[in-house]
Write a protein that binds this ligand. Structure first.
Ligand code: NAD
Length: 265
């Protein structure tokens, strides 16, 4: 039986990509496509705006009704809306995946609280490749040690709202904790004027422009060499396919908090 899927933020860039990927997968049946109240997309067919033809699923702003019809929900909206989805999904024990980034510690806390009642997977980046990178980075960081300076560069399309990207934070955290540091204490965003590098700092640099789907590079720079680990997403398709993989996984789990590392295991 295909999983009944609800997409929250269905009219957005990622939402449409997920509709597109799910429509061609035998594992899913899209039963709900939710957007914000007042959106010009209300009432339109989710498949039509995603470019796959009519699916018989009109875009709605009635989140509560949509949640009743599904087995699993996928969120790509904004931080306030993501917390609303997570709260309502937790109240009815519905498995959900939160792909929205830029969540404050309070918003993350609210989503984590719901994990006591429903399975929830939070992933700032749903691509398998990035999550593999996050897994191997601590080993690289520990092997090279404090002698190597760490700089992180990320690049995204001109419409991205948050900076640095949630993925840059994920990767920076992986390196910082492997080196016994706290990213929030050692991160350095850009440099300007007289600002020499301080021992232990991790530089984080955000590039924004055009249609870049997502690029992340972690540099380990020693006195005589540089190690560079890079990941490039060709399009949003990789996040959509990863999101569906995460949805398949979370639908089978007991209540609790999960990440993409659990999916890759
Ligand atoms: P977008 O602005 O194109 O789409 C967001 C959609 O959410 C819009 O259509 C908006 O109308 C809708 N929305 C706003 N309020 C809502 C509400 N109350 N209920 C339902 N829908 C609502 O943005 P996007 O590029 O699709 O990105 C969405 C989020 O996903 C961002 O936080 C982005 O950083 C994140 N993202 C995550 C990954 C990942 O792998 N985790 C990948 C890409 C993007």
């Amino acid at each position: 039986m295909p999983l009944k899927l609800i997409i929250h933020g269905a009219a957005g860039r990622m939402g449409r990509e997920v509709v597109n990927a799910a429509a061609s997968s035998p594992d899913f049946q899209i039963v709900g496509a939710v957007t914000r109240p007042g959106s010009p997309s209300l009432g339109l067919d989710a498949g039509v705006i995603a470019g796959v033809g009519p699916l018989g699923v009109p875009i709605t702003d009635d989140l509560e009704a949509a949640l009743k019809a599904g087995d699993v929900a996928l969120d790509f909206s904004n931080p306030t809306a993501a917390v609303e989805l997570a709260t309502r999904a937790a109240a009815v024990g519905l498995p959900h995946v939160i792909g929205t980034t830029g969540l404050s510690p309070e918003q993350l806390g609210a989503i984590r609280e719901g994990a006591a009642r429903s399975p929830v997977l939070i992933a700032a980046n749903l691509s398998p490749g990035i999550n593999l990178l996050a897994r191997i980075l601590p080993e690289v960081a520990r092997a090279l040690g404090d002698e190597y300076d760490v700089e992180l560069i990320e690049a995204h399309h001109r419409h991205k709202k948050d900076a640095p990207s949630g993925t840059a934070i994920l990767l920076g955290d992986a390196v910082a904790s492997a080196l016994g540091r706290s990213l929030t204490e050692v991160e350095r965003h850009g440099r300007h004027g007289i600002s020499p590098r301080q021992p232990g700092e991790i530089g984080v640099h955000a590039i924004r422009g055009g249609g870049i789907a997502g690029e992340h590079t972690v540099l380990f720079i020693g006195e005589g060499e540089q190690v560079e680990l890079s990941h490039q997403a060709f399009s949003r398709r990789t996040f959509a396919l990863g999101a569906l993989r995460a949805a398949r996984f979370i639908a089978q789990q007991p209540p609790g908090l999960y990440t993409m590392q659990d999916v890759l295991k």
